[in-house]
Design a protein around this ligand. Structure first.
Ligand SMILES: Cc1cc2nc3c(=O)[nH]c(=O)nc-3n(C[C@H](O)[C@H](O)[C@H](O)COP(=O)(O)OP(=O)(O)OC[C@H]3O[C@@H](n4cnc5c(N)ncnc54)[C@H](O)[C@@H]3O)c2cc1C
Length: 413
Protein backbone atom coordinates (compact mmCIF):
# COMPACT_ATOMS: atom_id res chain seq x y z
CA UNK A 1 0.00 0.00 0.00
CA UNK A 2 1.24 3.47 -0.89
CA UNK A 3 0.46 6.76 0.86
CA UNK A 4 1.22 10.28 -0.29
CA UNK A 5 1.58 12.75 2.58
CA UNK A 6 1.31 16.45 1.72
CA UNK A 7 3.23 18.80 4.03
CA UNK A 8 6.31 18.27 6.19
CA UNK A 9 5.32 19.90 9.48
CA UNK A 10 5.05 17.83 12.64
CA UNK A 11 1.71 16.38 11.50
CA UNK A 12 3.02 15.34 8.08
CA UNK A 13 6.23 13.83 9.47
CA UNK A 14 4.40 11.92 12.22
CA UNK A 15 1.78 10.64 9.73
CA UNK A 16 4.61 9.39 7.51
CA UNK A 17 6.33 7.81 10.53
CA UNK A 18 3.36 5.77 11.74
CA UNK A 19 2.30 4.78 8.21
CA UNK A 20 5.83 3.58 7.49
CA UNK A 21 5.84 1.64 10.78
CA UNK A 22 2.67 -0.10 9.57
CA UNK A 23 4.48 -1.22 6.42
CA UNK A 24 3.25 1.45 3.97
CA UNK A 25 5.35 2.83 1.19
CA UNK A 26 5.30 6.59 1.83
CA UNK A 27 6.05 9.64 -0.33
CA UNK A 28 6.06 13.03 1.40
CA UNK A 29 5.64 16.18 -0.70
CA UNK A 30 6.78 19.47 0.82
CA UNK A 31 6.73 22.87 -0.87
CA UNK A 32 9.70 24.33 1.06
CA UNK A 33 13.26 23.14 1.74
CA UNK A 34 11.99 21.66 5.05
CA UNK A 35 14.38 23.77 7.14
CA UNK A 36 11.56 25.73 8.79
CA UNK A 37 7.81 25.81 9.31
CA UNK A 38 5.47 26.37 12.25
CA UNK A 39 6.74 23.14 13.83
CA UNK A 40 10.31 24.43 14.36
CA UNK A 41 10.32 27.75 16.27
CA UNK A 42 7.44 27.00 18.61
CA UNK A 43 7.73 26.74 22.39
CA UNK A 44 8.03 22.95 22.50
CA UNK A 45 5.42 22.39 25.21
CA UNK A 46 3.60 19.04 25.46
CA UNK A 47 0.33 20.11 26.96
CA UNK A 48 -2.30 17.80 28.45
CA UNK A 49 -3.05 20.99 30.46
CA UNK A 50 -4.46 22.64 27.32
CA UNK A 51 -7.87 20.98 27.40
CA UNK A 52 -9.66 24.33 26.86
CA UNK A 53 -9.96 25.11 23.13
CA UNK A 54 -9.13 28.59 21.82
CA UNK A 55 -12.86 29.14 21.23
CA UNK A 56 -13.95 29.61 24.85
CA UNK A 57 -16.14 32.08 26.80
CA UNK A 58 -14.65 35.56 27.20
CA UNK A 59 -12.18 35.29 24.31
CA UNK A 60 -14.42 37.08 21.81
CA UNK A 61 -15.00 40.07 24.09
CA UNK A 62 -11.29 40.13 24.93
CA UNK A 63 -10.48 39.98 21.20
CA UNK A 64 -12.85 42.89 20.46
CA UNK A 65 -11.27 44.96 23.27
CA UNK A 66 -7.78 44.18 21.94
CA UNK A 67 -8.72 44.70 18.26
CA UNK A 68 -7.56 48.31 18.40
CA UNK A 69 -4.20 47.49 19.99
CA UNK A 70 -1.84 45.80 17.54
CA UNK A 71 0.63 44.96 20.35
CA UNK A 72 -1.99 42.96 22.30
CA UNK A 73 -1.41 39.24 22.83
CA UNK A 74 -4.61 38.18 21.00
CA UNK A 75 -5.38 40.27 17.96
CA UNK A 76 -7.94 39.82 15.21
CA UNK A 77 -6.95 42.19 12.42
CA UNK A 78 -10.07 44.23 11.55
CA UNK A 79 -10.88 43.34 7.95
CA UNK A 80 -13.74 42.64 5.53
CA UNK A 81 -11.92 39.57 4.14
CA UNK A 82 -14.81 37.07 3.60
CA UNK A 83 -12.74 34.06 4.83
CA UNK A 84 -11.91 35.91 8.04
CA UNK A 85 -15.53 37.06 8.53
CA UNK A 86 -16.90 33.55 8.02
CA UNK A 87 -14.26 32.09 10.40
CA UNK A 88 -14.96 34.78 13.02
CA UNK A 89 -18.70 34.10 12.86
CA UNK A 90 -18.13 30.37 13.48
CA UNK A 91 -15.53 31.09 16.17
CA UNK A 92 -18.01 33.34 17.98
CA UNK A 93 -20.67 30.60 17.86
CA UNK A 94 -18.24 28.11 19.44
CA UNK A 95 -16.88 30.39 22.16
CA UNK A 96 -19.24 28.91 24.74
CA UNK A 97 -19.10 26.90 27.94
CA UNK A 98 -20.81 23.99 26.20
CA UNK A 99 -18.03 23.88 23.54
CA UNK A 100 -15.43 23.79 26.33
CA UNK A 101 -17.30 21.06 28.26
CA UNK A 102 -17.70 18.98 25.08
CA UNK A 103 -14.12 19.46 23.83
CA UNK A 104 -12.18 19.06 27.09
CA UNK A 105 -12.22 15.23 27.42
CA UNK A 106 -11.36 14.78 23.71
CA UNK A 107 -8.42 17.21 23.91
CA UNK A 108 -7.22 15.67 27.19
CA UNK A 109 -7.24 12.15 25.71
CA UNK A 110 -5.50 13.26 22.53
CA UNK A 111 -2.78 15.12 24.47
CA UNK A 112 -2.21 12.36 27.03
CA UNK A 113 -2.02 9.78 24.22
CA UNK A 114 0.41 11.96 22.29
CA UNK A 115 2.65 12.44 25.33
CA UNK A 116 2.85 8.66 25.80
CA UNK A 117 3.80 8.26 22.12
CA UNK A 118 6.54 10.90 22.57
CA UNK A 119 7.84 8.84 25.50
CA UNK A 120 8.02 5.81 23.16
CA UNK A 121 9.65 7.86 20.38
CA UNK A 122 12.38 9.04 22.79
CA UNK A 123 13.47 5.42 23.13
CA UNK A 124 13.77 4.78 19.40
CA UNK A 125 17.31 4.74 17.97
CA UNK A 126 18.36 8.10 16.52
CA UNK A 127 16.05 10.17 18.74
CA UNK A 128 17.20 12.52 21.49
CA UNK A 129 15.11 15.68 21.38
CA UNK A 130 15.71 16.92 24.93
CA UNK A 131 12.30 15.87 26.25
CA UNK A 132 11.88 16.70 29.95
CA UNK A 133 8.93 15.81 32.13
CA UNK A 134 8.95 18.67 34.63
CA UNK A 135 5.51 20.04 33.81
CA UNK A 136 4.78 23.69 33.09
CA UNK A 137 4.09 26.57 35.48
CA UNK A 138 1.20 28.95 34.79
CA UNK A 139 2.20 32.17 36.59
CA UNK A 140 -0.31 34.80 37.71
CA UNK A 141 0.01 38.24 39.28
CA UNK A 142 -3.56 39.37 39.90
CA UNK A 143 -6.28 37.95 42.20
CA UNK A 144 -8.71 37.77 39.23
CA UNK A 145 -6.35 35.59 37.17
CA UNK A 146 -5.47 33.54 40.27
CA UNK A 147 -9.16 32.75 40.76
CA UNK A 148 -9.57 31.74 37.08
CA UNK A 149 -6.41 29.62 37.04
CA UNK A 150 -7.19 27.86 40.33
CA UNK A 151 -10.69 27.08 39.02
CA UNK A 152 -9.13 25.69 35.82
CA UNK A 153 -6.73 23.55 37.86
CA UNK A 154 -9.72 22.07 39.73
CA UNK A 155 -11.32 21.24 36.39
CA UNK A 156 -8.01 19.68 35.28
CA UNK A 157 -7.95 17.50 38.39
CA UNK A 158 -11.57 16.46 37.77
CA UNK A 159 -10.36 15.30 34.32
CA UNK A 160 -7.66 13.19 35.99
CA UNK A 161 -4.73 15.54 35.24
CA UNK A 162 -1.98 16.25 37.77
CA UNK A 163 -2.23 19.98 38.58
CA UNK A 164 -1.39 21.79 41.82
CA UNK A 165 -1.78 25.37 43.03
CA UNK A 166 1.52 26.73 44.41
CA UNK A 167 1.96 29.93 46.42
CA UNK A 168 4.91 32.22 45.70
CA UNK A 169 7.20 30.45 48.22
CA UNK A 170 6.48 27.05 46.70
CA UNK A 171 7.20 28.39 43.21
CA UNK A 172 10.42 29.97 44.50
CA UNK A 173 11.52 26.55 45.79
CA UNK A 174 11.17 25.21 42.23
CA UNK A 175 12.90 28.21 40.66
CA UNK A 176 15.46 29.29 43.30
CA UNK A 177 17.72 31.19 40.89
CA UNK A 178 15.19 33.81 39.72
CA UNK A 179 13.48 36.63 41.60
CA UNK A 180 9.68 36.42 41.40
CA UNK A 181 7.01 39.13 41.38
CA UNK A 182 3.89 36.97 41.30
CA UNK A 183 0.97 35.85 43.43
CA UNK A 184 1.50 32.19 42.65
CA UNK A 185 1.25 29.60 39.91
CA UNK A 186 -0.45 26.39 38.91
CA UNK A 187 1.98 23.57 38.27
CA UNK A 188 0.69 21.24 35.57
CA UNK A 189 2.91 18.29 36.41
CA UNK A 190 1.20 16.32 33.63
CA UNK A 191 2.98 18.42 30.97
CA UNK A 192 6.43 18.12 29.41
CA UNK A 193 8.63 19.92 26.90
CA UNK A 194 11.18 19.24 24.18
CA UNK A 195 13.35 20.97 21.60
CA UNK A 196 11.25 21.09 18.42
CA UNK A 197 14.12 21.79 15.98
CA UNK A 198 15.96 18.65 17.09
CA UNK A 199 12.79 16.58 16.96
CA UNK A 200 11.99 17.71 13.41
CA UNK A 201 15.52 17.06 12.09
CA UNK A 202 15.66 13.65 13.77
CA UNK A 203 12.26 12.69 12.38
CA UNK A 204 13.35 13.69 8.86
CA UNK A 205 16.56 11.63 9.19
CA UNK A 206 14.72 8.63 10.63
CA UNK A 207 12.09 8.75 7.88
CA UNK A 208 14.75 8.90 5.16
CA UNK A 209 16.62 6.03 6.81
CA UNK A 210 13.42 3.99 6.96
CA UNK A 211 12.94 4.46 3.21
CA UNK A 212 10.33 7.24 3.10
CA UNK A 213 10.72 9.36 -0.04
CA UNK A 214 10.81 13.01 1.01
CA UNK A 215 10.56 15.45 -1.89
CA UNK A 216 11.27 19.08 -0.98
CA UNK A 217 10.58 22.11 -3.21
CA UNK A 218 7.54 20.12 -4.33
CA UNK A 219 4.39 22.19 -3.85
CA UNK A 220 1.15 20.38 -4.61
CA UNK A 221 -0.48 22.58 -7.24
CA UNK A 222 -3.31 20.36 -8.49
CA UNK A 223 -5.37 17.50 -7.08
CA UNK A 224 -7.46 15.36 -9.39
CA UNK A 225 -10.56 13.63 -8.14
CA UNK A 226 -13.05 11.16 -9.59
CA UNK A 227 -16.23 10.93 -7.52
CA UNK A 228 -15.25 10.02 -3.95
CA UNK A 229 -11.64 9.24 -4.79
CA UNK A 230 -8.57 11.36 -5.26
CA UNK A 231 -6.80 9.97 -8.31
CA UNK A 232 -3.55 11.98 -8.46
CA UNK A 233 -1.74 14.88 -6.88
CA UNK A 234 0.44 17.03 -9.05
CA UNK A 235 3.58 19.09 -8.33
CA UNK A 236 5.77 20.92 -10.88
CA UNK A 237 8.11 17.90 -10.60
CA UNK A 238 5.69 15.02 -11.06
CA UNK A 239 2.34 13.29 -10.73
CA UNK A 240 1.73 10.98 -7.77
CA UNK A 241 -0.82 8.22 -7.30
CA UNK A 242 -1.51 6.39 -4.03
CA UNK A 243 -4.00 4.25 -2.10
CA UNK A 244 -4.36 6.95 0.56
CA UNK A 245 -3.58 10.67 0.50
CA UNK A 246 -2.87 12.50 3.76
CA UNK A 247 -3.33 16.26 3.64
CA UNK A 248 -1.60 18.27 6.35
CA UNK A 249 -0.34 21.66 5.15
CA UNK A 250 -0.72 23.67 8.39
CA UNK A 251 -2.16 27.12 7.71
CA UNK A 252 -2.20 26.41 3.96
CA UNK A 253 -4.72 23.58 4.47
CA UNK A 254 -7.76 25.53 3.15
CA UNK A 255 -6.12 26.27 -0.21
CA UNK A 256 -4.84 22.68 -0.49
CA UNK A 257 -8.26 21.24 0.34
CA UNK A 258 -9.89 23.59 -2.18
CA UNK A 259 -7.82 21.88 -4.91
CA UNK A 260 -9.84 18.74 -4.12
CA UNK A 261 -13.11 20.69 -3.97
CA UNK A 262 -13.25 20.55 -0.16
CA UNK A 263 -13.88 23.43 2.24
CA UNK A 264 -11.93 23.47 5.52
CA UNK A 265 -12.54 26.56 7.69
CA UNK A 266 -9.23 27.70 9.17
CA UNK A 267 -7.34 30.94 9.82
CA UNK A 268 -3.63 31.44 10.49
CA UNK A 269 -2.79 32.60 14.04
CA UNK A 270 0.59 34.25 13.72
CA UNK A 271 2.98 34.06 16.67
CA UNK A 272 6.55 35.13 17.33
CA UNK A 273 9.48 33.64 19.21
CA UNK A 274 13.15 34.35 19.77
CA UNK A 275 15.79 32.13 21.32
CA UNK A 276 18.76 33.01 23.52
CA UNK A 277 21.52 30.47 22.89
CA UNK A 278 23.60 31.31 25.99
CA UNK A 279 21.19 32.84 28.51
CA UNK A 280 22.70 34.33 31.66
CA UNK A 281 19.84 32.94 33.71
CA UNK A 282 17.79 29.81 33.11
CA UNK A 283 14.38 28.73 34.29
CA UNK A 284 14.06 25.09 35.36
CA UNK A 285 10.49 24.66 34.20
CA UNK A 286 8.66 26.13 31.18
CA UNK A 287 6.53 29.13 32.10
CA UNK A 288 3.33 30.68 30.85
CA UNK A 289 2.81 34.25 32.07
CA UNK A 290 -0.98 34.20 32.17
CA UNK A 291 -1.97 37.86 32.08
CA UNK A 292 0.64 38.66 29.39
CA UNK A 293 0.03 35.44 27.44
CA UNK A 294 3.76 34.98 27.02
CA UNK A 295 5.52 31.62 27.16
CA UNK A 296 9.13 30.82 28.07
CA UNK A 297 10.76 27.44 27.59
CA UNK A 298 14.23 26.36 28.67
CA UNK A 299 15.28 23.90 25.98
CA UNK A 300 18.56 22.08 25.63
CA UNK A 301 20.56 24.86 27.36
CA UNK A 302 18.77 27.66 25.48
CA UNK A 303 15.82 29.85 26.47
CA UNK A 304 12.98 30.49 24.04
CA UNK A 305 10.49 33.33 24.52
CA UNK A 306 7.28 33.54 22.54
CA UNK A 307 3.68 34.51 22.26
CA UNK A 308 1.04 36.64 20.53
CA UNK A 309 -1.79 35.33 18.39
CA UNK A 310 -2.65 37.46 15.39
CA UNK A 311 -5.60 36.13 13.41
CA UNK A 312 -4.98 37.45 9.89
CA UNK A 313 -4.13 36.14 6.42
CA UNK A 314 -0.56 34.82 5.97
CA UNK A 315 1.94 37.69 5.73
CA UNK A 316 5.67 38.19 6.23
CA UNK A 317 5.49 41.35 8.33
CA UNK A 318 7.49 41.27 11.56
CA UNK A 319 5.69 43.62 13.92
CA UNK A 320 8.37 44.58 16.40
CA UNK A 321 5.79 46.17 18.74
CA UNK A 322 4.38 42.68 19.32
CA UNK A 323 7.87 41.27 19.97
CA UNK A 324 8.54 44.20 22.33
CA UNK A 325 5.36 43.30 24.25
CA UNK A 326 6.84 39.82 24.86
CA UNK A 327 10.16 41.33 26.03
CA UNK A 328 8.42 43.87 28.32
CA UNK A 329 6.29 41.20 30.00
CA UNK A 330 9.24 39.17 31.30
CA UNK A 331 10.57 41.51 34.08
CA UNK A 332 7.02 42.08 35.34
CA UNK A 333 7.10 38.43 36.54
CA UNK A 334 10.88 37.93 36.89
CA UNK A 335 12.39 41.34 37.86
CA UNK A 336 15.97 40.06 37.60
CA UNK A 337 15.47 38.48 34.20
CA UNK A 338 16.27 41.32 31.81
CA UNK A 339 15.81 40.26 28.21
CA UNK A 340 17.14 42.41 25.40
CA UNK A 341 14.91 43.10 22.42
CA UNK A 342 16.12 40.80 19.64
CA UNK A 343 17.07 42.19 16.26
CA UNK A 344 14.37 41.80 13.63
CA UNK A 345 16.45 39.21 11.75
CA UNK A 346 16.56 37.00 14.89
CA UNK A 347 12.78 36.94 15.35
CA UNK A 348 11.06 33.76 14.23
CA UNK A 349 7.38 33.67 13.31
CA UNK A 350 4.97 30.91 12.47
CA UNK A 351 1.29 30.49 11.64
CA UNK A 352 -0.78 28.37 13.99
CA UNK A 353 -3.48 26.64 11.95
CA UNK A 354 -6.64 27.66 13.86
CA UNK A 355 -9.98 25.92 13.32
CA UNK A 356 -13.03 27.94 14.43
CA UNK A 357 -14.00 25.52 17.23
CA UNK A 358 -10.43 25.05 18.50
CA UNK A 359 -10.35 21.32 17.66
CA UNK A 360 -8.06 19.69 15.10
CA UNK A 361 -9.32 18.00 11.95
CA UNK A 362 -8.35 14.32 11.93
CA UNK A 363 -10.39 12.12 9.63
CA UNK A 364 -11.58 11.45 6.10
CA UNK A 365 -12.44 14.57 4.12
CA UNK A 366 -16.12 15.14 3.37
CA UNK A 367 -17.35 12.97 0.51
CA UNK A 368 -14.07 11.13 -0.03
CA UNK A 369 -12.89 7.58 0.61
CA UNK A 370 -9.12 7.96 0.30
CA UNK A 371 -8.23 11.46 1.55
CA UNK A 372 -7.37 11.90 5.25
CA UNK A 373 -7.08 15.40 6.69
CA UNK A 374 -4.69 16.09 9.60
CA UNK A 375 -4.52 19.75 10.56
CA UNK A 376 -6.00 22.69 12.41
CA UNK A 377 -4.15 22.01 15.68
CA UNK A 378 -3.85 25.69 16.54
CA UNK A 379 -1.59 26.30 19.57
CA UNK A 380 -0.93 22.63 20.33
CA UNK A 381 0.15 21.00 17.08
CA UNK A 382 3.60 20.07 18.36
CA UNK A 383 2.05 18.43 21.37
CA UNK A 384 -0.50 16.52 19.31
CA UNK A 385 1.74 15.44 16.40
CA UNK A 386 2.43 11.80 17.37
CA UNK A 387 -1.20 11.08 18.31
CA UNK A 388 -2.35 12.66 15.05
CA UNK A 389 0.12 10.59 13.02
CA UNK A 390 -0.88 7.39 14.80
CA UNK A 391 -4.58 8.10 14.25
CA UNK A 392 -3.93 8.82 10.57
CA UNK A 393 -2.27 5.42 10.20
CA UNK A 394 -5.16 3.74 12.09
CA UNK A 395 -7.68 5.41 9.77
CA UNK A 396 -5.67 4.38 6.69
CA UNK A 397 -5.48 0.77 7.96
CA UNK A 398 -9.16 0.68 9.00
CA UNK A 399 -8.09 0.01 12.61
CA UNK A 400 -10.12 1.22 15.60
CA UNK A 401 -8.40 4.21 17.17
CA UNK A 402 -7.10 3.91 20.75
CA UNK A 403 -9.07 7.02 21.84
CA UNK A 404 -12.40 8.60 20.86
CA UNK A 405 -11.98 10.86 17.82
CA UNK A 406 -15.51 11.82 16.72
CA UNK A 407 -14.99 15.45 17.84
CA UNK A 408 -12.15 15.77 15.32
CA UNK A 409 -14.13 14.70 12.23
CA UNK A 410 -12.81 16.53 9.20
CA UNK A 411 -16.29 16.72 7.67
CA UNK A 412 -17.94 18.57 10.60
CA UNK A 413 -18.42 21.86 8.67
C1 LIG B 1 4.86 31.19 18.74
C2 LIG B 1 4.29 29.79 18.70
C3 LIG B 1 4.43 28.95 19.79
C4 LIG B 1 3.89 27.67 19.78
N1 LIG B 1 4.11 26.84 20.84
C5 LIG B 1 3.61 25.58 20.83
C6 LIG B 1 3.86 24.71 21.92
O1 LIG B 1 4.55 25.05 22.87
N2 LIG B 1 3.30 23.46 21.88
C7 LIG B 1 2.53 23.05 20.82
O2 LIG B 1 2.03 21.93 20.88
N3 LIG B 1 2.31 23.85 19.76
C8 LIG B 1 2.83 25.11 19.74
N4 LIG B 1 2.60 25.93 18.68
C9 LIG B 1 1.72 25.47 17.58
C10 LIG B 1 2.43 24.49 16.64
O3 LIG B 1 3.69 25.02 16.28
C11 LIG B 1 1.56 24.21 15.40
O4 LIG B 1 0.26 23.83 15.81
C12 LIG B 1 2.16 23.09 14.56
O5 LIG B 1 3.50 23.35 14.25
C13 LIG B 1 1.35 22.87 13.27
O6 LIG B 1 1.96 21.79 12.60
P1 LIG B 1 1.47 21.34 11.14
O7 LIG B 1 2.25 20.16 10.76
O8 LIG B 1 -0.02 21.21 11.13
O9 LIG B 1 1.79 22.61 10.21
P2 LIG B 1 3.23 23.26 9.75
O10 LIG B 1 4.29 23.03 10.74
O11 LIG B 1 2.93 24.67 9.37
O12 LIG B 1 3.57 22.43 8.47
C14 LIG B 1 2.81 22.50 7.29
C15 LIG B 1 3.72 22.21 6.12
O13 LIG B 1 2.92 22.03 4.93
C16 LIG B 1 3.63 22.59 3.86
N5 LIG B 1 2.73 22.89 2.75
C17 LIG B 1 1.73 23.81 2.73
N6 LIG B 1 1.14 23.83 1.53
C18 LIG B 1 1.76 22.89 0.78
C19 LIG B 1 1.59 22.45 -0.57
N7 LIG B 1 0.68 22.98 -1.41
N8 LIG B 1 2.40 21.45 -1.02
C20 LIG B 1 3.34 20.88 -0.21
N9 LIG B 1 3.56 21.30 1.07
C21 LIG B 1 2.76 22.28 1.55
C22 LIG B 1 4.26 23.84 4.48
O14 LIG B 1 5.36 24.32 3.70
C23 LIG B 1 4.69 23.33 5.85
O15 LIG B 1 6.01 22.83 5.83
C24 LIG B 1 3.15 27.22 18.64
C25 LIG B 1 3.04 28.04 17.53
C26 LIG B 1 3.59 29.32 17.52
C27 LIG B 1 3.45 30.19 16.31
Amino acid sequence: MHAVVIGGGINGLCSAWYLKNQGWEVTLLEKSDLQDNCSYGNLGMIVPSHFVPLASPGIVWQGIKWMFDSSSPFYIKPSLNPTLLSWAWKFNQHATKSNVDYSAPFLRDLNVYSKSLYEDLCNEPGFDFAMEKKGILMYFKTPKTAEEEIHLAEKARSLGLDAAYLDKAAVQALEPQVELDILGAVHYRCDAHLYPGKLMQQLISALRKAGVTILTQSPVTRIERKGKSITTVVTPQGVYTADRYVMTGGSWLPELAAQAGIRIPLMPGKGYSFTLDNPLQQLNIPAILCEARVAITPMDGKMRYGGTMEIAPINDLVRMNRVQAIVDAVPRYFPGLQVETPQKKDVWYGFRPCSPDGLPYIGYAKGTDNLIIAGGHSMMGLSLGPATGKLVSDLAMGHSPAIPIEAFRADRY
